[in-house]
Every structure is written in structure tokens, then in C-alpha cells.
Design a protein around this ligand. Sequence first.
Ligand code: KIV
Ligand code: NA
Length: 276
Amino acid sequence: RAKVTLATLRKLYKRGEPITMLTAHDFPTGTLVDKAGMDMTLVGDSLAMVALGYPSTSEITLDEMLHHCRAVARGTRSSFLVADMPFGTYETSPEQAINTAVRMMKEGKAEAVKMEGGKEMAPTIARLTQVGIPVLGHIGLTPQRQASLGGFKVQGKTAAKARGIIEDAQALQDAGCFAIVLEAVPEPVATHVTNILNIPTIGIGAGVGCSGQVLVQQDMLGLYGRVPKFCKTYRGLADEIVGALKEYSADVKSGAFPAAEHCYPMPQEELNRFMR
Ligand code: KIV
Ligand code: NA
């Protein structure tokens, strides 16, 4: 498949073809996403939880994100690679955000960065896009702010809150975002936002009216504990894997593994010499 660029994404959006995006956190998971022909790969800071075992996304450092981003990049050929700017690495000033984004691109090999936040982040996003850094916005449920949101909860359920999301989306579009992630917002709100914007919306828990969808790979494969309501579990791979591991363990205990076909032979002549 030809390399996906911002122009490709624009074409898909204009054509009304849903844009596909999935997370990856290392070389093998990145390779899988690319092989599946996903339009975009996201090195999401959800990897803090699903790959590193942190209790939330806010603890991960920039160096940790860069380490994972580079690994995903090594497995990515055609998919458009976006990486999350971690909590605390872009909020202080546009300068801080530029420094972080440049590292994500130069060291992390990301082609674009994602940052959470609404109109309060618009001046920062404008500075990034002005210097040629593609930015994917992220509004609605913003997990990096879960402490102030009081947990992982649907956003924009009242008319007033929904209007706030629309204002945020518009501000992000005006700031130059190439697309906006809408997380955990009621379907009618997400559909309305999608209809009034002229850039794609990428939904997660935002309904089918968005211009595209994103999921966390570990969630949709059944590899990470509790899955949010909005995620469809396509496979229960954890059960599959634990089953395989148990079989291996039982085989070792019983002596069924390794069998003859897993062993290296020795030429008979050498064996005779060896045994003499
Ligand atoms: O970190 C992540 O995986 C994300 C997606 C859920 C959008 O931000
Ligand atoms: Na994220």
C-alpha cells in the first residue's frame, strides 16, 4: 500500500470514506496495525496503562513515549504515524509544546502529534501548525485530565456542555488541526460537530457519525482487563494466550515438550566419537 499522508486522509474525508486508526505501542503491535492496512497508527499515551501498567496516563514521561514511538515507527511503512504528547510536556507554553513536538517527530519519528484540550489549547496548537507540525486535536473525554473530570466519564451530556464541545471543536479547527479526536461524547453531539467542521473527526465512543474511528489495540483484542462501554472486543486474546501458556507449562511438566522434532540432531559419526 502507498504511504498514507495528510493528503490521503484529506481525500478519504472528502470522499466520505471512514478513516481507520488504531493504537500501537511497540514494534510488533505497530507492524500488525500497518499490515492490517490501517490509515493511521496512534502511539497513544494509553500505553502507559496497557503496556506499562501505570494506573493512569498522566505518569508517563516524554522519554518513555519517545522510546515506544521509535519502536512503533520501525514497524510502520504505510500508515500515518501520530503520537500523543504526554501530560505535562506541552501545557506550560507554546514554546514547551514546540520543543516536545519537535522531539516527538525527530527522535520519535512521528509524523504528527496529538494533544488533549479545547479552546484553551488553541493558541498553542496554532503555533505548532504555523511551524509545520501537524496536530491532531482531542476533546470530549480527555484522560490526561481525569483527575479534574472526576474519572473516565462521558462528556457533553447537557445542552450547555455540548455547546462547549462545539466551541472547542471550532477553535481547534481554526487553530489548524488536521483532524480532531472526539472521545466519549453522545452520538448526536459528535455527529453535529462532524457536520459543522471541514476537517475529519475521529471518534472513540462517539458513534458512527464521525469521519473515522480509533480504538486502543489492547482493548479490542481483549488483552487488557476492563474494557470501556464504547469498545468492541473483536477477539479475546488474553484467554487464548493464557490457554497456550498453560499447555506449554503442562507439556514441560509432563515431558511432552520438547519432542524429537524440536531437537538438533548430531551426525552419527560425531556422536560415536563423542560417546567413546
Ligand atoms: O491514548 C490513546 O490511546 C488515545 C486514544 C484512545 C484516542 O488517546
Ligand atoms: Na491518549
